[in-house]
Design a protein around this ligand. Structure first.
Ligand SMILES: [Cu+2]
Length: 202
């Protein structure tokens, strides 16, 4: 009787220290999940995926700026964790010391700024400071005008194709228009040339 009573009293204690799994950079520039609820004593088990990310504590107001150590607490920072293969993620644990909200970002900035790409994470975000709001702030970053979560990597990728495609298609269009108006004024040779140009452009 007494023993079972003691066990029943212990069970909630045992159950309360949880391991919370979070993957870092597993599918793009993301923490997954983007936020968790954690109790004091819980362990957040971060699994780092390629290529090179961090878990760095920041603040709600400045998502992409590392928090400084205070007299009370050391700011949480995994440092850069370089990982070769997605088959062997590197695991890093952080034990939650308080139920207060804690905000994190990835400090990688090359070749793209991961934080401004939305790579942020929160523990116990309160109702008035959601992870969505935190992510928006991160994406706004220091340059509010550059919206893109897709960031610089996608932009540079698209730049090449967009600069070639419009110039190519507009040349072809001009060639065709020119061809039809020239055909009206009977320039057969020029029409052939225009056709060839249009053909080349296409
Ligand atoms: Cu990252």
């Amino acid at each position: 009787m007494q023993l079972s009573f003691a066990l029943a009293a212990l069970l909630p204690l045992v159950a309360s220290a949880a391991n919370i799994a979070v993957s870092v950079g597993k599918s793009g520039l993301t923490f997954d999940p983007t936020s968790v609820k954690a109790a004091e004593g819980d362990i957040v088990v971060f699994s780092f995926y390629p290529k090179n990310h961090t878990v760095t504590q920041s603040s709600f107001d400045k998502p992409c700026e590392a928090l400084s150590d205070t007299a009370d607490a050391k700011a949480v920072n995994s440092g850069f964790v370089a990982v070769e293969s997605a088959d062997t993620p590197t695991v890093w644990n952080w034990t939650v010391t308080s139920t207060d909200p804690a905000w994190f970002f990835c400090a990688q900035t090359a070749p793209a700024n991961h934080c401004m790409g939305g790579m942020v994470f929160a523990v116990n975000p309160p109702a008035d400071k959601t992870i969505a709001a935190f992510t928006d702030k991160a994406k706004g970053g220091s340059a509010n005008t550059t919206t893109t979560p897709a960031g610089s990597s996608t932009t540079s990728g698209t730049k090449t194709s967009t600069s070639t495609t419009p110039s190519g298609s507009s040349t072809a269009g001009a060639g065709k228009n020119g061809a039809s108006s020239l055909a009206g004024s009977a320039g057969a040779a020029i029409l052939a040339v225009a056709g060839a140009v249009a053909g080349l452009a296409l």
